[in-house]
Every structure is written in C-alpha cells, then in structure tokens.
Design a protein around this ligand. Structure first.
Ligand code: DAT
Ligand code: MG
Length: 148
C-alpha cells in the first residue's frame, strides 16, 4: 500500500492544529503508520529541502523549519501521495482552495502549516530520512469498511 510523509510545520504545532490535521487524514480513511514530535537541526532541514537549495527563499525556509518542534508522520492508503497533496492544498495559501488545510488555516506561503511528499519516490526518500528507526507494523481493522 502507498505511503506518504506528512509534516506539520512549527507554526502548525504552535497554533494547536495537530489534532485537526490528524483528524482530517483519519476521517478520510488513511492509516497512521508513524508519528513523532521532533525538533530538527539546520543540516537535517537542509537535507529535507535539498532540492530547493538554490531558491532565494531557502535560508528562510530552513530557519522556519528548525524554529520549533514539527509533527512528522507517515500515512498509508490508496493514492495517499496525490490525495494527501489535495487535502493539504496549493503551496501558496492565497491560492489554496477553502476546505484544504492551507486554504483553511494559512495566509502566507512562508507559514503554510504543513508539508506533504509530492511523489511516491520522494515519499520513500523522506520516510527513510525522517524515520530511520522504521515505522509501526499494523493493519487497520477498518480496512474492509473503507476499501471495496
Ligand atoms: P510544497 O510544500 O507545496 O511541496 P515546494 O516543495 O515547492 O512546495 O516548496 C517547499 C516550501 O518552500 C513551501 O511549502 C513553502 C516554501 N516556498 C515555496 N515557494 C516559495 C516562494 N516562492 N516563496 C517563499 N517560500 C516558498
Ligand atoms: Mg514540496
């Protein structure tokens, strides 16, 4: 089954949005396979956002991600990478549709509350980076009530 890496950024944790965000993924029917509150250091944040290192906003982005604890998660389900991105909404909250997490809870692009992997391959890399210890082995007993 497909997995994705979802991270509630320091603003989302500080603003008390952890429960609301987890609830949206749970209610959709996805399965929580990994979860931890963690404050990462600069080299780690730079590694996570390595693809963006040439961007002018890179420094500010790294500073933001290391500014407090983040809630790192692995979610599992059919099409969870693409659907997870839809639940999160467009990168710039000014363009995120209402009903999406960023559309409902964010205003500025540099405080957009949440990260989600953009492809199955990046999800695999991000899960390996953030959860080197591995993730929980369990199957939800609701499976047959969610999948036909
Ligand atoms: P996403 O987080 O939607 O996958 P991304 O991978 O392109 O977007 O960028 C990672 C983060 O960097 C994004 O969540 C917010 C920040 N960012 C992206 N584009 C930006 C810009 N033009 N100005 C400031 N911050 C930006
Ligand atoms: Mg991205």
């Amino acid at each position: 089954m497909e997995q994705t890496f979802i991270m509630i950024k320091p603003d989302g944790v500080q603003r008390g949005l952890v429960g609301e965000i987890i609830s949206r993924f749970e209610k959709k029917g996805f399965t929580l396979k990994g979860l931890k509150l963690i404050t990462v250091d600069q080299p780690f944040a730079e590694k996570h956002y390595a693809d963006l290192s040439a961007k002018p906003f890179f420094r500010g982005l790294v500073e933001y991600i290391v500014s407090g604890p983040v809630c790192a998660m692995v979610w599992e389900g059919k099409n969870v990478v693409t659907t997870g991105r839809k639940i999160i909404g467009a990168t710039n909250p000014a363009e995120s549709a209402p009903g999406t997490i960023r559309g409902d809870f964010a205003i500025d692009i540099g405080r957009n509350v949440i990260h989600g992997s953009d492809a199955v391959e990046s999800a695999r890399k991000e899960i390996a980076l953030w959860f080197p210890e591995g993730i929980a082995e369990w199957q939800s007993s609701l499976h047959s009530w969610i999948y036909e």
